[in-house]
Design a protein. Structure first.
Length: 756
């Protein structure tokens, strides 16, 4: 978890720091929530009444009648200073949980109050705050729990001397819901609980991710701080037992103006993956200098780098970066009703620490409910004997109060927001890439010659490439007797895999998108170009024709009659407004792993549109086209990256926006010109010709037109075929075409496999 500000995950409000107490809205929003909070977990959203003026005022809901004085939970953290958002969000999450639990009856008939104290993130202030809590207890307050913020172990231990000391008069559960401290917290008191994984554990989980992704040559970059050095050392230890190698390690000083020398060395190494352990300021400067079209490595940042400082500095180049976190992203665990109620209470969306505060209050209340008595010792014993259901999941604890089977959450930047990508259980063995993404083997069940090694295809994630792979694999397996498989990944990393021989066939090498990698690999003799699959393909930025001209038959009036080129987009950002970022336009793109995504990012910057439009990585061709289809059917404006061949080209009437004419110099400098006509190359690893010359000769003859592929893709869409089914049908119906690529003997074997 970052020790600096991780602002609201709702970017429209993400710079807001001061909570706003919107009392009436909070009460109304609270009615929308389920009352049975004690069961934990993500709640289904309820139907919401419109918040509008009415002749009859909305009645203010009454809390149930309570007995006796309230019970109090103190949330102690930085409410001011550099880390103010951490303490504010944690306190706000705790208040929301208490509000919901009170509407469900409170705790043993008593109202739950949350009080926040400011410790400024400093040891002395933390001790002063602890003494204030102790004084309140001595004065008669029923303090049932204290929720501490992240901080140094000495600070925590010093504060615990008061919170957990019998002479203080406190009889409370003490929780550390989210600690980034590197050393294990060792407090010998059964009333102490730690709800998240220790920050040091993220190093091992990040190493496991690299192994699962088959990313072996990793560069480590760490700040010259205790945090950075310790995490780097732990990462080094973790990779010793894994199939991961560290290509180089670089130490960077904090608060430097530039890291140019380090960046140059890393670019020269061209690693498959990068791990950086630094704060948000160092990370923002370092990554902004590192990123560019030519840098395509898989990146994971440590929890302290998880900050909108990085996202704001990098803009669209931040898309797809992964970050480790000790807490889940709120939208992954909170219901829409909870998120809206939080926003009503605080005037902004929740962040990670809101989850920490919320789950802490859930934990405290459930422990006392099981105990059926306001005794912290009994409640602690109950918490250790049973699991506790919270919004972050079921929790169980060991004898020292550490959560059992803790998890590290991995968040990815999507649309300039943090979204939860996947979760790793600390200590679990790594999975293989095949376990994470099943290989779509064609499965011909042929008896293959044992001396023929498998031929691995680049498993590119767009449908024309999937179709091309399926045709080639059917013919190679049936006609030549070689087993085949696919290796999944993004376009640039897969081309690197082709260079080193982990992939043997790359059916759609888009040039000039991949030109920089293609030229390098070809010059070094690592790959062989076996010719065009198809040529003169179009890429660009498109809008539906009805946006400009309207559509009388559908009753659509022109929305932007003078929109002709990218130069006109600045004044139409509200027409294409992003629902997640009011006032900002939305530019839909495919996967952030596509090189075209990086090109479009550079174009947005060059055209001065990066602050007016959010580049949205939909994740795949299918997801991108689904967004287009929905907008087109509804007659809504939509701006997106598009290319051919695709089925959308055959179905939708789209207009490509004008750009300056292509010139090689400008393209090389900043991409501020139109895409050139693309040449889609078939590439093979250089070694394949030695062990399977007949296969390379066959691949050299494979060629189809863009129009033919578009027709196939439209049929796939209309008949809901997968690429392998479409390939079989195409082969049955186009024997005259494909049989010219192979010998008569091979053609006969393929026909037999196809049942002809």
């Amino acid at each position: 978890m970052t020790m600096r500000t991780m602002n609201s995950l709702y970017s429209g409000n993400r710079r807001s720091r001061k909570p706003k107490n919107i009392f009436v809205l909070a009460l109304i929003a609270s009615l929308l929530l389920l009352s049975a909070i004690a069961c934990g977990g993500k709640e289904p959203p309820l139907e919401e009444p419109a918040l509008q003026a009415s002749a009859t005022p909305t009645p203010i809901p009454q809390l149930p009648p309570f007995e006796g004085e309230p019970v109090v939970v103190y949330v102690v953290g930085p409410l001011s200073g550099e880390n103010a958002q951490v303490g504010q969000a944690q306190a706000a999450g705790a208040r929301l949980a208490a509000d919901q639990l009170n509407r469900a009856g409170g705790l043993l008939g008593r109202e739950i109050l949350v009080k926040a104290l400011n410790d400024q993130g400093e040891p002395e202030a933390a001790l002063a705050a602890a003494n204030r809590v102790a004084d309140a207890a001595l004065a008669g307050e029923e303090v049932i729990g204290v929720v501490l913020h992240e901080g140094s172990d000495p600070q925590l231990v010093a504060a615990a001397q008061i919170y957990l000391e019998s002479q203080s008069g406190l009889d409370s559960l003490v929780l550390m819901p989210a600690s980034t401290t590197l050393a294990p917290v060792a407090i010998d008191d059964q009333r102490f609980f730690r709800l998240s994984a220790a920050s040091l554990s993220q190093a091992g989980e990040i190493a496991k991710v690299f192994q699962e992704q088959d990313l072996h040559g990793v560069v480590v970059v760490h700040a010259s701080t205790h945090y950075g050095k310790t995490l780097a050392q732990e990462f080094n230890k973790a990779v010793d037992s894994l199939d991961v190698t560290i290509a180089a390690t670089f130490e960077i000083p904090p608060d430097a103006v530039s890291y140019g020398d380090t960046v140059d060395k890393i670019k020269e190494l061209n690693p498959s993956a990068l791990f950086f352990a630094a704060g948000p300021d160092e990370s923002a400067v370092f990554l902004s200098e590192l990123f560019g079209l030519e840098f395509q490595s898989f990146i994971i940042g440590s929890d302290q780098s998880l900050s909108y400082t990085v996202v704001d500095e990098l803009g669209c180049q931040s898309e797809g970066i992964n970050f480790a976190s000790m807490l889940p992203e709120p939208s992954a665990v909170m219901s829409s009703g909870q998120i809206e109620a939080y926003a009503a209470l605080e005037g902004r969306g929740p962040d990670l620490y809101a989850v920490a505060g919320y789950s802490s209050v859930e934990f405290i209340v459930q422990a006392y409910q099981r105990a059926r008595i306001l005794d912290a010792g009994v409640a602690a014993s109950q918490a250790r004997q049973a699991t506790t259901a919270t919004i972050v999941g079921q929790m169980a604890f060991d004898a020292s109060g550490q959560v059992i089977r803790p998890k590290v959450h991995f968040l990815k930047v999507q649309g300039r927001l943090f979204k939860e990508s996947f979760v790793m259980e600390v200590g679990a063995p790594p999975q293989t890439r095949e376990q994470r993404a099943k290989d779509t083997l064609i499965g011909l069940n042929l008896t293959l010659a044992p001396d023929k090694q498998p031929i691995v295809f680049a498993g590119l994630n767009w449908n024309s490439a999937k179709f091309a792979n399926s045709i080639a694999r059917i013919i190679i397996e049936a006609g030549y007797g070689y087993p085949t498989s696919s290796r999944f990944g993004a376009s640039a990393p897969l081309l690197r895999d082709l260079k080193i021989g982990q992939v043997q066939v790359y059916m759609e090498g888009w040039l000039p998108n991949l030109q920089f990698l293609y030229d390098e690999a070809l010059a070094e003799g690592q790959i062989e170009d076996v010719g065009l699959f198809y040529g003169n393909a179009v890429q660009g930025w498109f809008i539906p024709r009805y946006v400009v001209e309207g559509d009388a038959e559908r009753g659509i009036k022109p929305l932007a009659p003078d929109l002709r080129s990218v130069e006109d987009l600045a004044k139409y950002r509200r027409l294409f407004e992003s629902p997640e970022r009011p006032g900002i336009g939305q530019f839909l793109d495919g996967s952030s792993g596509w090189v075209s995504y990086k090109i479009n990012c550079r174009k947005l910057k060059t055209y001065h549109l990066d602050n007016k439009y959010a580049q949205i990585a939909t994740g795949s061709e299918d997801a991108l086209f689904a967004r287009l289809s929905k907008a087109y059917e509804d007659g809504e404006p939509v701006l997106l990256y598009m290319w051919e061949p695709t089925w959308t080209k055959a179905r939708f009437d789209l207009i490509r926006l004008g750009e300056p004419d292509f010139t090689p110099d400008v393209w090389k400098e900043n991409k501020g010109v139109a895409y050139p006509r693309s040449q889609i190359k078939k590439l093979v690893h250089a070694e394949l010709r030695q062990r399977a010359p007949e296969v390379v000769d066959f691949l050299g003859k494979v060629s189809l037109s863009s129009e033919e592929i578009s027709r196939v893709l439209l049929t796939m869409k209309e008949e809901e075929q997968n690429p392998a089914e479409a390939a079989r049908d195409w082969l049955r119906e186009n024997e005259a075409v494909w049989s010219s690529w192979v010998t008569p003997e091979v053609a006969q074997k393929v026909k037999q496999e196809l049942g002809q």
